[in-house]
Design a protein around this ligand. Structure first.
Ligand code: ARG
Length: 572
């Protein structure tokens, strides 16, 4: 149980004892140190409902409140806030619990099977910056959910099917005949561009491409072979980006659109049987009352076109059913651009209505905003093209290398490269993960690579500073009791004890920035503690207690950054 849950429970019991069992306790970490460590703010609303004086009610709640061994001071403030000061004894016990456990005391939740769809690029083109956010956010969520004890199944729902593949396959045949295919495939972006030019300029080529689409869908072995070749090259490219980014995605996680192709006729039949389909101008659609235009006409969710073709929606219905039936997901998460919100709302509503996703399966669209350039417009190259992800990542490493080299010129080339990779990739990831995912954010090299402020380099550097203390510490007692006396010690320790609270919040709402803000707070509190409370110059039990607090800090930073997919370094 997290501290917040523990205190909430106790306050809730006290509210029940004074006749307000249904009033929410509203417990949260205190907003300022003078308000203690936690605040319970539920009394005012309860008093209003009961028509009694809030301060008097607060007093009754405090009298009934059992926080023995948890708090040593409970005060009423303002109109009826309850401020709770955790006791040194409780903090010491929490510290022991965290430090004695390789999981930092974070309790495993009742395990669920979480199926998470992320990255999911279209394979026709090379991965570009538009795929960065889904990949990074999704990867962090898988790490946090696994850490909390869940079984996480990754699904890389790549776009590997559809009309574009006819065009690409036709171009593959053409270049193959010319003996240049292997060479051409080196640059998928170019490959796509050239195929498109051929498609637009040559009627024959375009007809060939259309024919290939039909053959592909009909399962023609030769065309399938070519298609597979293209997909394999494209997936290899994706995997190299994942590896460079240090993501947990592997080729085994790929479950592309094509995998559902054979199931699509059945998807439509089953929707028909469930009575949710209507014909509209020859197309088969689901109309849902909750989605209407301004005139009250429901939007169609089209699952089969007039010509019999299936759509993105049909595939997603097949996928949702697979995730429920075959993967036994209790919770399905889709980390996809906010611009697809309507699609997911319709998908989820249709799946409920047709029984593809029973009511006890949680469905979530984890949406995110757009990555913008300095000009406030979607991120592009100087010439206005899409930025290839590989190039962006290489630039990040290069820039970090220049930074590391100027900061620490004596490092060997190999060390510089290793540190530059951790810092550069860390900076790109952290810049994304430290913003609330729903907002658009501006991509800026200078701010993300700065050693100051809420950045990866700042946190990575903070970690090396904590670690450097131990290199100078000599012998010390690793079993010493943590005894918080100074305010700076207490604030740091209380924050460290909130690690589980933060992870539970991230696992629940899927907002990774709560974790990054938390780690930034820890780094800041550590440096305040470091200035206010000498560690190595103090003596005996005080020195040991402070060293343990530093150890707790280091472990929390490295575990937390690890959950964000960011490497820590011993020195930099
Ligand atoms: N391939 C899609 C795109 O690039 C994203 C797929 C997201 N996942 C899904 N199940 N629809 O826009």
């Amino acid at each position: 149980m997290t501290i917040q849950q523990l205190i909430s429970e106790r306050v809730q019991a006290a509210l029940a004892a004074v006749g307000a069992p249904d009033a929410p306790a509203t417990v949260q970490p205190a907003s300022k140190p003078e308000f203690g460590d936690y605040q319970a703010n539920g009394v005012m609303a309860a008093a209003k409902q009961m028509r009694v004086n809030p301060r008097e009610l607060a007093q009754k709640v405090v009298d009934a409140l059992d926080l023995r061994r948890i708090a040593d001071r409970v005060e009423i403030a303002g109109p009826g806030f309850i401020n709770i000061h955790l006791s040194a004894e409780f903090i010491a016990a929490e510290a022991e619990r965290a430090l004695g456990d390789d999981h930092l005391g974070v309790v495993r939740q009742a395990p669920q099977t979480v199926v998470i769809d992320y990255s999911s690029p279209n394979l026709a083109k090379e991965m570009h910056v538009g795929h960065l956010r889904s990949s990074i956010i999704g990867d962090t969520l898988t790490r946090v959910l696994e850490f909390l004890g869940h079984t996480v199944i990754r699904q890389n729902h790549v776009g590997d099917w559809g009309t574009q593949f006819g065009m690409l396959t036709a171009y593959l045949v053409e270049t193959h005949n010319e003996g240049t295919a292997a060479n051409e495939l080196h640059d998928l972006e170019e490959f796509y561009r050239k195929a498109k030019i051929r498609f637009d300029e040559s009627e024959d080529f375009a007809n060939q491409a259309r024919e290939y689409v039909v053959k592909l869908q009909g399962g023609d072995p030769q065309v399938l072979e070519l298609w597979k070749k293209f997909v394999a090259v494209s997936l290899e490219h994706c995997q190299s980006v994942y590896d460079k980014l240090g993501l947990k995605l592997t080729p085994d996680d790929v479950m592309g659109e094509s995998a559902y192709n054979d199931d699509l006729p059945r998807v439509v039949e089953d929707l028909e049987a469930a009575g949710v389909l209507k014909e509209d101008d020859g197309a088969k659609c689901v109309f849902l009352d909750e989605f209407q235009d301004a005139d009250g006409n429901p939007y169609p969710f089209i699952v089969q076109k007039k010509d019999g073709g299936y759509l993105y929606a049909t595939t997603d219905l097949g996928a949702i059913r697979y995730r429920v039936r075959n993967l036994h997901g209790n919770r399905l998460i889709y980390v996809v651009d906010a611009r697809q919100s309507l699609h997911f709302s319709q998908l989820f509503a249709t799946s409920r209505k047709s029984g593809f996703a029973p009511a006890d399966v949680r469905l979530e669209h984890v949406a995110f905003g757009t990555m913008m350039g300095q000009d406030g417009k979607p991120f592009k190259t100087r010439s206005g093209g899409t930025v290839k992800l590989v190039e962006l990542l290489d630039e990040a490493i290069e820039r970090a290398n220049a930074m590391v080299s100027s900061k620490n010129p004596e490092l060997s080339e190999a060390d510089k490269q290793r540190i530059a990779r951790a810092v550069g990739i860390g900076a790109v990831k952290y810049a994304d993960l430290s913003k609330s995912r729903m907002s658009d954010y501006i991509f800026n090299w200078e701010s993300m690579l700065s050693f100051e402020g809420n950045t990866a380099p700042y946190l990575q550097y903070a970690y090396t500073r904590v670690k450097s203390v131990f290199r100078k510490a000599g012998d010390w007692n690793h079993q010493a009791k943590i005894d918080v006396v100074e305010p700076a010690e207490k604030q740091l320790a209380v924050a460290l004890a909130q690690f589980e609270d933060v992870l539970v919040t991230v696992g629940e709402g899927c907002y990774p920035h709560h974790l990054s803000s938390y780690l930034y707070q820890i780094a800041t509190l550590f440096s305040r503690f470091y200035e206010a409370c000498p560690i190595l110059k103090s003596e005996g039990a005080v020195r040991d207690s402070r060293l343990r607090l530093a150890d707790w800090t280091a472990r929390t930073l490295s575990t937390g950054l690890g959950l964000l997919g960011i490497e820590v370094l011993e020195t930099m």
